[in-house]
Design a protein around this ligand. Structure first.
Ligand code: PEP
Ligand code: MN
Length: 247
């Protein structure tokens, strides 16, 4: 399956859509430095119900505006099947770590005619991720992209999650599905996202998904793991160099 140009895609954007200015600015910036998809959350599954929950329907509308301005296809998370009608012009639907084993939602994704970016569960094994993908495929949608986003381990003191890069070659040996790595949620730390992004490319990832914000210290969500524009530019250039060296 080749849903990415040249079999590789850099996917980037803010954790959450905050305003028209923010998403358009970030979209233009990531496009200028090689991103093939804009990613931003409109429906945010937050650990605390008191944290910002996303702009919802308005967030989707802002993503679509940014898509119109930049031409970048968009990736955004679906948390509730009742929101599906809002996703008509969304290019890739993300199913987040918290919903990886929501089998009813996965069955519904089998009926959708769009690629589904399926994240590994917070403490999910590789087999469980593959079985979740199977729920979508067995229900009629073979367009599944697997996403390694780190798992809970006993070393989640210096890092938010442990990014399991061995999952990349393992998944690629077990399935033909593309494998994307998300070093932002995989580490929780902007300072080590670049190193892990490069390692993921070297491990054979088909795509890298990175959180980028115009002002990470003021981000409404996941600012500590979001790269600023200077950091993103630097890492994007290196990602393409490593990718080239892998050929
Ligand atoms: C996200 O992609 O912003 C997100 C909440 O990720 P995850 O589902 O991997 O925690
Ligand atoms: Mn996030």
């Amino acid at each position: 399956m080749n849903i990415f140009r040249d079999n590789f895609a850099l996917i980037a954007g803010p954790c959450t859509v905050e305003s028209k200015e923010q998403i358009t600015l970030i979209a233009k910036e990531v496009k200028a430095h090689g991103a093939a998809f804009l990613r931003g959350g409109a429906f945010k599954p937050r650990t605390s119900p008191y944290d910002f929950q996303g702009l919802g329907e308005d967030g989707i509308a802002l993503l679509l505006e940014a898509k119109k301005v930049t031409g970048l296809p968009i990736v955004t998370e679906l948390t509730d099947i009742r929101s599906l009608p809002l996703f008509e012009e969304v290019d890739i639907i993300q199913i987040g770590a918290r919903n990886t084993q929501n089998y009813e939602l996965l069955r519904e994704m089998g009926k959708v005619k769009k690629p589904i970016l399926l994240k590994r569960g917070l403490a999910g094994t590789i087999k469980e991720l593959l079985m979740s993908a199977e729920y979508i495929i067995a229900n009629g949608n073979e367009n599944v992209i697997l996403c390694e986003r780190g798992i809970r381990t006993y070393e989640n003191t210096y890092t938010k999650n442990t990014l399991d890069l061995s999952a990349v070659p393992v998944l690629k040996s077990l399935t033909h599905l593309p494998v994307v790595v998300d070093p932002s949620h995989g580490t929780g730390r902007a300072d080590i996202v670049p190193a892990m992004a490069l390692a993921a490319v070297a491990a054979g990832a088909d795509g890298i998904m990175i959180e980028v914000h115009n002002d990470p210290s003021c981000a409404l969500c996941d600012g500590s793991q979001s790269l600023d524009f200077v950091q993103f530019r630097g890492i994007a250039a290196k990602i393409f160099k490593i990718r080239e060296a892998m050929k």
